[in-house]
Design a protein around this ligand. Sequence first.
Ligand code: ADP
Length: 668
Amino acid sequence: MPPEIADAFPVYAALYLPLSINEQRIGGAMLGYFEPRAITPEEMERGEQVAAQVSTAIAKAKLLHMKHLPRPSAEIQLEFSFHLMEMTTLVEATEALLSTVSQFADYDAGSVMLLDPDNGDVGYFAAVEGYTDPAEARHRTVYVSTIPHLAQMRHERKEIYFADVRGNKEWRPSHQPDPREVRSVLLVPLLSHQQTKMVGCLTLKSYLPDAFSQEVRSNIVLLCNQTATALGNLRLIEETQRRLNEVTILADISEALNRTIELDDMLQLILQRVMSLLNHSDDYTTLQGAVILRQELGDTLRLAVGYNLSDAYCTYFNTRPFYSHDSTFAQSILHGEWVEVNDPEEIAKRIEYAHADLVVEELINIPLRSGLEVIGVIVANRVIADPMTRRLVRTIADLAGAAMLKTRLLSQARARAVELMEAHDTLYRMDQQRDEFIQNITHDLRAPLTFIRGYTDLMIEGAMGDINDEQREALEVIQERTEAVNRLVGDILKLKQIESQPLKEEPVDLVAVATNAVRSAVMSARQAGLEIQIDHSVEQAFVLGDAGRLGQLFDNLLSNAIKYNRPGGQVSVQIDQNEAKVIISISDTGIGIPEAELDRIWERYYRAHSTVKTYAGTGLGLANVRRIIEAHDGRIWVRSSHQGTTFTFELPISSENIQAIDSPPMIL
Ligand code: ADP
């Protein structure tokens, strides 16, 4: 009798009855007596009968059990491999492994541990079943090298089976389930990379000894291999999903940063996002943080925005003040390094900004860069545990740096714009004062000019006595110069007129206006030895406007085309029209305008260098022309070369024009 039974049951006599099926021993039954006695032959016979009955019952039960035997393993394996293909997460796949294994094997507790792909020594439980405290298991980190069975398995890449751990010295019981009850333990490695690398481990425990037969074990090994292969893909899927989340968060932030142009709003936004990434539900201290910037990119620091920080603290920080070589800032701001400390004693040594309102048991400093410069730092009382959040926060900090640079440039541009506006206003005022001054002088010049001109004419005509040739010549110079001043006065007054008098709005036929202008210019063209012609593809071309001003416009352009021409040259006017506009070109074969001066000819008093000395003029004509055209909602442009110049302008046609084309006006 086994000693433990002898201890538990102090019997004096015992009848042992073997149990067998088809002459094969399957176990035994024992009848024990608590006092010494002999067993009678009848008792012996009855006992044998009972044993035979028990054996038959067991045989039947086994048969019955066979009927409920699991489906053929190949079928389950196949189904599992299809099932794995549908999985999208590691946890799903490991849970499926455990539940499929349960179709083969009766286990009381099972777990799947996966190893960190970046560090093969660190593992975590992805799925557990039958554990008394599953949450505890899930949070536990396993270090393979510290657990002999796991280390051995990683080395040998083969399953380990303890048919009965009781009394087995090699077995080191683990926490769960109650190690006192566990009898058989099976550890199967999850092998990938053609079975060369252990990526995890399945552990099954049973309260029965030898619970996992050889056949069951081989089936489980197959399932584990399938799972290990699938894990590689699932890791990729999870990584892609994670990246996608990351990209979504970043896109959201960069969109928000792009929308924000005020620096403080932007800093607030950045801090909020970083804090929400640092915030874990199981944190014990209040999350606090701030964006600290280098003032004017110098040495002094400024706490720009805070998160869960009291006003008292912000004021303390900014009035003390702090510098970029203080505390951890020396590392993060001066050297641009990411600082993370989670040892409170170390923190107490390193930070100087301790304050009653601040709880710092962990510390992070995230540098904010703009190009090569560190412009500030995000600080918080929390370190970052997982690499994904770290990467994300790093990218946000980079985005923030770029966005802050943009804001800085924008505010500089704004300041510059304000300066320019002010300069523009000053110039405009000065311009107006100058115009007023010129207008006043011009007005005052008119009367004396009339006298000078009148008396000069009289003297030349001899009405004031005889004059000699020299005197005549002198008087003619006076006459000519007076005429020039008179023209200037006339132009200046015209300009004033255009600016001060309201524009008439009546249908004007530009063909008629142009024809009149050409007719008046014929004489001076002939005197200059030029040919002048007009061509129009429409009979009439109506615009809404001021006939007088439009006439002035033609006079100016035609007189320039004649004045800046060469003897034997030509001046031509072309009038065309489309559905919306009347287009008019005035071309000459004259001296042309140098390319560099083309933009300036529209300015008041501007005259091309080449013409200043040789030709009389005021530099006001084209300024007037442009004003008239713009007042009529049109536009004008010029093309010029040594062969000549063409001014082209277009004006919107008036609705009267269309009627006019349909029914020509009656001539009375
Ligand atoms: P100006 O009284 O000097 O003619 P405008 O304002 O009419 O003043 O013209 C400005 C300058 O543009 C002229 O001085 C001349 O240099 C140049 N310019 C204008 N029209 C022509 C042209 N048809 N050919 C060559 N130069 C021209």
